[in-house]
Design a protein around this ligand. Structure first.
Ligand code: 23J
Ligand code: MN
Length: 263
């Protein structure tokens, strides 16, 4: 089918509902869970603030608008290569310089919900990804790989979402060899439903935070705090994940959307 026919059909099928738009973003406000780094690792991102400028009142009789105080890495968000020291030299590695073609791509959804419920420290390995490919088909170059854990169901409570105890945070994520493997396959990015793209225990990995260290070193992207991956098929959906065009931005809150066949 020609690209002209494909776009015409896509437009018609969006209007008819045969192609559905799934919202993969969580709510963004003062209650949104935020990363809590151990004190020895540095400064944390500030609490989100939404301040009223006017609401049809003496500060603006006919209009309502707000101003925001918000970190780039807050809520459902995009990680750009320059977020990590390993990706700092990529010229097209900030939110304003990434080619827009890279913001729309097919997605592979690896369901780890049962494993993550049974073990909050569940780590997906390269063998786990290969087993998923044997069942659902190969991950192709340029595609997203996202880990479904149903962790988003905890996002109403920062305590439940971060799941910290005296030993640190407990949340599922990828192993070092998992990230090495998807980079080798050419994945454009890695996405998770947890506070960041890495597992809660990833500070102890070698290298620490592989979804950051290795993906950004390879000029690839991240998506964190995704919601509703349970609404997506293993293959056959396309995601639209375009960060705000922040000048020299290292990431941004993002309304990540998926297009999928109805049903
Ligand atoms: C800074 C330091 C460590 C981590 C992160 C940020 C994130 O998860 C993030 O939001 O990129 S792990
Ligand atoms: Mn981030």
């Amino acid at each position: 089918m020609s690209a002209v026919d494909t776009i015409n059909n896509l437009g018609a099928m969006l209007l008819s509902g045969d192609v559905e738009v799934v919202d993969l973003a969580g709510p963004l406000g003062p209650e949104t869970p935020l990363l809590k780094l151990p004190p020895d690792l540095g400064t944390n991102t500030p609490t989100i603030e939404i301040h009223k400028i006017s609401q049809y009142d003496e500060n603006g009789p006919w209009w309502a608008w707000n101003w925001l105080k918000i970190g780039e890495h807050s809520g459902t968000h995009f990680d750009a290569p320059q977020h990590w020291i390993t990706g700092k030299d990529y010229k097209d590695g900030t939110t304003d310089t990434i080619p827009p073609q890279n913001f729309v791509a097919p997605v592979n959804v690896i369901d780890c919900s049962k494993e993550s419920e049974a073990n909050n420290d569940f780590v997906l390995t390269a063998d786990g990804v290969r087993a998923w490919e044997a069942k659902h088909g190969a991950i192709k170059s340029g595609e997203w790989v996202v880990m479904r854990t149903d962790w988003y169901k905890r996002n109403h409570s920062e305590d439940a979402f971060l799941n910290m105890d005296e030993n640190g945070p407990h949340s599922p994520g990828p192993s070092v060899d998992c990230i090495e493997y998807i980079i080798e396959k050419g994945a454009i990015g890695w996405g998770s439903e947890t506070i960041g793209t890495d597992a809660g225990s990833a500070a102890t990995f070698d290298p620490p935070f592989p979804a950051h260290n290795l993906m950004h070193k390879a000029d690839r992207y991240g998506l964190a705090s995704l919601s509703h991956l349970d609404k997506l098929p293993p293959k056959g959906a396309v995601i639209i994940a375009a960060p705000l065009k922040i000048v020299n931005g290292t990431g941004s809150p993002t309304r990540v959307l998926a297009l999928k066949p109805k049903g």
